[in-house]
Design a protein around this ligand. Structure first.
Ligand SMILES: Cc1ncc(COP(=O)(O)O)c(C=O)c1O
Length: 469
């Protein structure tokens, strides 16, 4: 058995071996291929350090879970304050859980008030979908194409990308998709299908950082009210200050019937998800003794997670992080748009606040296909932005990643108080990566030395194994 102390001393190689043997071996190969298999040992704010003492800037920030940065001292302190309290005692009413629910009712818009706590974004989405069916007595659920709401069965059923869905079919029934940003098609659906809920993200995150047309959310709100369909806003990624307001729906003064939160709600330290709704909807769904325990979660509302969330909210407000996200986001977007004019490889730059995406063109398919017998073409199609992320990580010490439902998009979502100088460093790094990749021939040669070479080596290894068998 390995103790925590020993685990913290494991080398990069030992860590790789443990993951290869006991977790997801293909993910290890993928990380090796992209040179992502670093061993990070320390983190604070927007920075992390590897075992050799190299400092990295984190523009991924836990897929948007680190709005207050890594290891914020006030979040750590809050968790310390409850270290002697029972963390789990479900047959009592927990004061810290009550305080968090009360605080959420203060900061969420409109009459949102009653909370259900769980442990992740997907689980919070599940809770919202079930709540909508229970409250309305209707079963149809509508979602948007390209959406991402998580990978549990219900959340996956209302998500967009076929790749992640097809092997798990049949998924949850009674579900339909409409294009994101399209009001007319939404109304056509709402008119005929008596839907329990329409679920969407105010800005699609994993769909490739897609911002809908101005006024879209307001229209959606009106239509949902008109047809008695509950509006579920999934602010797992856009919430907690990320887009320049505490919640993205506030930009258009929209109030959902159910608001879904997670990621940065836990201050980057504790896993927590929440589903917040009105008194009326809560009563309809779970009011009364027979319905009070219809939906529960063992760890939901545990003391430490709630203490971390109380502190995270406090930090976001007292450090004025939504306003910083708005200012820093505008600055970063303007710099990136200037880069777009310089580099044809950048197809589009888009975002709101500090939720920003760069969409790249796929330029070199043909050459690489010939070189690798199709394998690299597939890799490029699936992980194109990852190759850019790999160069940013290894040459410039910047952490970024692609968006799950659109692999050609590089996501940039740093802690909200990121320094201007650090944004400038990122812009210079992206500029250089784009310059280096300007010539298809050079890129192919470079890829030939790295990715293609490694893929070839892996393929060669596999065929050797086959021959031995
Ligand atoms: C908008 C949105 N909803 C739900 C989820 C799922 O969250 P989790 O990975 O915590 O289950 C994500 C994760 O990226 C998300 O971006």
């Amino acid at each position: 058995m390995i103790s925590v102390e020993e685990a913290l001393k494991l080398s990069r190689r030992e860590t790789i071996e443990l993951h290869r043997s006991y977790l997801n071996p293909t993910l290890v190969s993928m990380f090796k291929l992209l040179d992502f298999d670093k061993r990070f040992v320390r983190a604070g704010g927007a920075y992390v350090w590897d075992e050799d003492g190299n400092k990295y800037l984190d523009f991924l920030a836990g897929y948007g879970s680190l709005n207050v940065g890594h290891n914020h001292p006030r979040v750590i302190e809050a968790v310390g304050l409850v270290e002697d309290a029972p963390n789990l005692l479900q047959t009592s009413l927990n004061p810290v859980t009550g305080a968090l629910a009360s605080n959420l009712s203060v900061i969420t818009p409109g009459r949102l008030k009653h909370c259900f706590f769980c442990n992740s974004g997907a689980e919070a989405v599940e809770s919202a979908l079930k709540m909508a069916r229970a409250a309305t007595g209707r079963h149809q659920l509508i979602h948007t194409e390209g959406a991402f709401h998580g990978k549990t069965m219900g959340a996956l059923s209302v998500s967009g990308r076929e790749k992640y869905k097809k092997v798990f079919r049949p998924l949850v029934g009674g579900i339909e998709a409409v294009p994101f940003g399209d009001i007319e098609l939404l109304e056509a659906r709402l008119k005929y299908c008596d839907a329990a809920a329409f679920i969407l993200e105010p800005v699609q995150g994993e769909g490739g950082i897609v911002v809908p047309p101005d006024g879209y959310l307001k229209h959606v709100e009106k239509l949902c009210r008109k047809y008695g369909t509950l509006l579920i806003l999934d602010e797992v990624q856009t919430g907690m200050g990320r887009t320049g307001a505490m919640f993205a729906c506030e930009h258009e003064h929209v109030v959902p019937d159910i608001l879904v939160l997670s990621k940065s709600l836990g201050g980057g330290l504790m896993p927590i998800g929440a589903c917040v709704t009105t008194e009326q909807i809560w009563k309809r769904a779970y009011g009364g003794f027979d319905k009070a325990l219809l939906h529960t979660s063992t760890f939901g509302g545990n003391t430490r997670a709630c203490a971390a969330a109380i502190a995270a909210i406090d930090v976001i407000i007292s450090e004025d992080l939504p306003a910083k996200a708005a200012k820093n986001g505008e600055y970063m977007l303007s710099k990136l748009r200037a880069l777009q004019l310089k580099h044809t490889m950048i197809k589009e730059v888009r975002g709101k606040g500090l939720l920003i995406g760069i969409e790249f063109r796929e330029p070199f398919k043909g050459y690489l296909d010939k070189l690798s017998g199709g394998l690299v073409n597939q890799l490029y199609k699936e992980y194109f932005a990852s190759l850019v992320a790999s160069q940013l990580l290894n040459k410039h010490k910047m952490i970024t990643a692609f968006t799950l439902n659109n692999p050609n998009v590089l996501r940039l979502e740093p802690p909200l108080n990121i320094a201007r100088e650090d944004i400038d460093l990122l812009i210079d790094a992206i500029d250089e990566v784009c310059k280096k990749n300007r010539s298809p021939v050079k890129t192919v040669i470079r890829a030939g030395r790295t990715t293609v070479g490694r893929v070839a080596a892996m393929t060669h290894k596999k065929s050797k194994v086959k021959t031995l068998k």
